[in-house]
Design a protein around this ligand. Structure first.
Ligand code: SF4
Length: 489
């Protein structure tokens, strides 16, 4: 039997296949302290019956808590809407239900006992020790009659020398599937719209150590044949030093890897030598947060280099890699000083740009201060950036930024408002669908479902509309069905 059971999942669309990382990291941390933990993945695909069967199977007298790793959950749809069901389960199993991950406090769930925000490695150990009568009361505060822990402040993990993930055969991994791997935590920048946690870090205090990463690559290769990765890092290329470290690690492996990650294009402008380091280590999908090509908007959100230089750097990356790197660019509709005309001008540039394979338009979100743990500079002080915001936030159960939910504040500035920005982003997204090629994070996703991305470029110029959708859906269904059969039923 298990001391803790954690439900997790990541599903952003039917033809995509991604794996979450957080719950597996927590499992690795707790197991290193002597606890037994069961992670149950594919939560988006589980019926009520599956969830209850899993808990019947894995909850026992030693079980201390049942957790939900919410980072990629639409908590309105997956949890709040099913409250009567979870209330019944909470009573039936009579162990605390713990909410963790980035969405842990977006919906207040009366049937949950403990809410943990932030990077929860050490906070979860503290809670588990406490519930096992092996440790003091965790540093938590009252939260509407429950407990909430602010991990990033109360349990900030300073020691990043051992934060790998030990994947297991029970996780259902085959050699073609990509795995997520954490490289660093936090970001040294502080872009005005960004509410990722741990921004504004001091350089190099947040990067994993060499041996720990090297061991993880080798362990995954030996156990599963893994050579395909999503490298999780808010800004993978934030220093030459980090890229040289990764180059050292990856080129000394007795096998080659391919990976997708976030690349900050302004830093390719500053350090052009980064391009060779990235290409030589196997960069396959680059996700660039370009956000805007409008000079005034870029300055307002603290994006450094001018847009032409950024586009030149992206072109150079594409050319130098001889097409190895598949480029994703992300744009925001509703930034300071940017009107609709400027967005259409950007649109014209993007759809005609040879180096940009895949792109997306996201409406600017101004998050409610009361319902999200992390806040961007714009969230914190909208007026400073020219936004007037409504006093009451609204729970958006399906935002335009994917299938997610969020507490947002309606806004307007001199150029747009939250409604027009949302509509325009949606319109552009729909219009551009037929033009997209495979790029960025999707590379590992599609390869996990059996697509050879390079061959798809040779044969179909990489066009997404020519993907073998039926076989991808079948492969995804098989992975998930096999997992449910083996681990739950
Ligand atoms: S947008 Fe990227 S570079 Fe800017 S603060 Fe957020 S994570 Fe860092």
């Amino acid at each position: 039997m298990y001391h803790a059971i954690i439900f997790t999942g990541l599903d952003v669309g039917s033809k995509n296949y991604f794996r979450p990382l957080g719950a597996y990291r927590i499992r690795t941390e707790l197991e290193s302290k002597g606890y037994k933990v069961k992670v149950i993945d594919y939560f988006h695909n589980l019926e009520d019956e599956h969830i209850e069967t899993a808990l019947d199977k894995y909850v026992g007298k030693e079980t201390l808590w049942v957790g939900f790793s919410t980072t990629f959950f639409n908590t309105s749809e997956l949890l709040a809407k099913r409250s009567p069901f979870f209330e019944r389960l909470r009573k039936k199993y009579s162990v605390p239900f713990v909410m963790g991950g980035a969405k842990s406090i977006v919906e207040y769930l009366d049937w949950a006992d403990i809410f943990i925000t932030g990077y929860a490695d050490d906070a979860t150990v503290a809670v588990t020790n406490y519930l096992a009568d092996k440790g003091p009361t965790p540093v938590w505060r009252d939260y509407k009659g429950k407990k909430v822990i602010d991990s990033n402040h109360q349990y900030d993990k300073k020691d990043l020398s051992n934060i790998g993930v030990v994947w297991k055969p029970e996780d259902g991994i085959d050699s073609r599937q990509a795995l997520p791997m954490e490289i660093a935590r936090g970001c040294i920048f502080n872009c005005a719209f960004c509410n990722f946690p741990l921004n504004n870090k001091t350089k190099f205090d947040y990067v994993r150590v060499k041996d720990d990463m090297q061991n993880e690559f080798i362990r995954n290769y030996e156990n599963f044949g893994t050579t395909s990765y999503w490298l999780m890092d808010d800004t993978y290329n934030d220093s030459m030093q980090k890229l040289e470290l990764m180059h050292d690690i990856i080129t000394s492996l007795p096998f080659k890897i391919k990976f997708d990650t976030y690349v900050k294009p302004e830093l390719l402008v500053r350090w052009p030598d980064q391009i060779d380091l990235l290409v030589e280590t196997g960069l396959r999908g680059a996700s660039f947060g370009v956000e805007s090509l409008n000079t005034r908007a870029r300055q307002a959100i603290q994006k450094g280099a001018n847009a032409d230089k950024v586009l030149d750097a992206i072109t150079s990356m594409k050319q130098k890699s001889n097409g190895q790197v598949k480029v994703q660019c992300n744009f925001i509709v509703g930034l300071p000083y940017e009107d609709e005309k400027s967005i259409w001008k950007t649109h014209e540039t993007v759809i005609n740009h040879d180096a940009i394979d895949w792109w997306n338009w996201y409406p600017l979100l101004i998050h409610s201060k009361d319902h999200h743990e992390y806040h961007s500079p714009i969230d914190r002080d909208p007026a400073k950036y020219g936004y007037e915001v409504a006093s009451t936030p609204v729970l958006i159960k399906n935002t335009g930024a994917g299938k997610t939910n969020a507490w947002n504040t309606m806004w307007r500035n001199d150029y747009m408002n939250s409604m027009t920005a949302g509509k325009l982003a949606g319109k552009l997204r729909n219009m551009d669908q037929p033009l997209l090629k495979i790029g960025g994070w999707s590379c590992g996703s599609y390869e996990s479902l059996g697509v050879d991305v390079d061959k798809h470029y040779e044969t179909f110029d990489g066009m997404e509309k020519d993907l073998p959708i039926d076989s991808m859906l079948q492969n995804k269904k098989k992975i998930i069905d096999d997992y449910i059969q083996k681990e739950i039923v």
